[in-house]
Design a protein around this ligand. Structure first.
Ligand code: CAA
Length: 381
């Protein structure tokens, strides 16, 4: 294995980079300021065939591999990290999960609409009392006596694409006595009675991606909308997160790359002590560390993307990629602000936005601490 993109992958990169540079980069600061959801960007990703690019061709997807998708998330995040997460959650956590676990009918009804970008998806696992401890979900799903409908009751929080999405994968307990083995996954449609949303959270970063509470007040969901069997929910969630975490690692690398590029340009332009600061060793060392760490983290990321398509589980290798990419993004966006000095602290220069955007990659889809738990469990098995 090479862990290196082929010419086809580079062609995908050129196409997404052109779109992201032309359309996403110029709008990123305004979206960050307003917190408005980037509908326009999503529309362009649909038109460009990027939404659904990772989904099977039989259901209208482009059937491209995980590395192609990873490159796209990276390039989108390099210009607008908020757009990258809305895209990534739709394509992986939501749609790919239906592709893997859905019945033929579920795929025909939902996957075709998701691949076409006619419907947007979200993933509802987290609750006020169930974050890192994903098995502690309190939301319940009770089957009606005739076996035709589940009634879902509970509250989800921090849901990416909340309110914006048309379809929600909701994890609920069908048998709370079994703990995480009593968890079941459902496809819940916006418009079902009793489903409502909180207002978008006022976040530190990725401000244009909408994050909301999702309230389920006795929501009747047809039994045909159950994804997998009763009790499969925890494994479905963990498997979905394997794909999702590759996406978040890619988002982190895109942010880090943007910080690195901005720092190189600024260091060559900014004159102090009679010469560009790029000639000062203090700055050179920061640039050298950025270049090295980003290259190393990207290798872990591409390795994870390639392994994901091989048989078996690769949760630990994916966790390594997410851990490293997120920490590299955080460390080097802070350095980018430092290289820019006082200007870096000002919104106008855009690097402080990268620093704010980077932080969430160490938290969502599994914190860096949970990534270490997964890696250690594998190492010490
Ligand atoms: N795929 C399939 N099955 C898996 C799996 C995977 N990746 N990982 C674990 N499993 C299975 C195990 O094989 C095991 O099955 P058996 O009981 O049959 O042996 C079962 O699941 C339990 O596994 P563990 O014992 O490893 O699970 P655990 O209870 O020790 O949990 C944990 C571990 C790693 C801490 C897990 O709870 C976890 O990942 N927590 C973090 C949750 C998280 O990432 N939340 C993010 C929410 S989504 C988000 O942020 C969304 C957004 O909108 C951006």
């Amino acid at each position: 294995m090479l862990f290196a993109p082929s010419e086809e992958h580079e062609a995908v990169r050129r196409r997404i980079r052109e779109l992201a540079e032309k359309e996403f980069r110029p709008r990123a600061a305004a979206y960050d300021e307003s917190g408005e959801f980037p509908h326009e960007n999503l529309k362009l990703l649909v038109e460009g065939g990027f939404i659904g690019m990772n989904l099977p061709e039989d259901y209208g997807g482009a059937g491209l591999d995980t590395l192609s998708h990873t490159i796209c998330v990276e390039e989108i995040a390099r210009c607008c990290a908020a757009t990258a997460v809305a895209f990534e959650v739709h394509n992986t956590l939501h749609s790919e999960t239906i592709a893997h676990f859905g019945t033929e009918e579920q795929k025909r009804i939902y996957l075709t609409a998701l691949a076409a970008g006619e419907r947007i998806g979200a993933f509802c696992l987290t609750e006020p009392g169930a974050g890192s401890d994903a098995g502690a979900v309190k939301t319940t799903a009770k089957l009606s006596p005739d076996g035709g409908t589940y009634v879902i009751e509970g509250q989800k929080c921090f849901i990416t694409n909340g309110g914006v999405a048309d379809l929600y994968l909701v994890f609920a307990m069908t048998d709370p006595s079994k703990g995480s083995k009593g968890l079941t996954c459902f496809i819940v449609e916006k418009g079902m009675p009793g489903l409502s949303f909180g207002k978008p959270e006022n976040k530190m970063g990725i401000r244009a991606s909408h994050t909301t509470d999702v309230f389920l007040d006795q929501v009747p969901v047809p039994a045909a909308n159950r994804l997998g069997n009763e009790g499969d929910g925890f494994k479905i969630a963990m498997s979905a997160l394997d794909a999702g975490r590759i996406g978040i690692a890619a988002q982190a690398i895109g942010i880090a790359q943007a910080a690195y590029e901005a720092s190189v340009i600024y260091a060559k332009e900014r004159v102090q002590f009679g010469k560009p600061i790029a000639e000062l060793q203090a700055i050179q060392w920061m640039i050298a560390d950025m270049a090295t760490d980003i290259a190393a983290a990207r290798l872990l990321l591409y390795r994870a993307a390639e392994l994901y398509e091989q048989p078996g589980r690769h949760t630990a290798e994916i966790a390594m990629a997410k851990l490293k990419c997120a920490e590299v993004a955080m460390r080097h966006t802070v350095k980018a602000v430092q290289i820019h000095g006082g200007y870096g602290y000002m919104r106008e220069y855009g690097v402080e936005r990268l620093m704010r955007d980077a932080k969430i990659t160490e938290i969502y889809e599994g914190t860096s601490e949970i990534m270490r738990v997964i890696i250690a469990a594998s190492a010490l098995r």
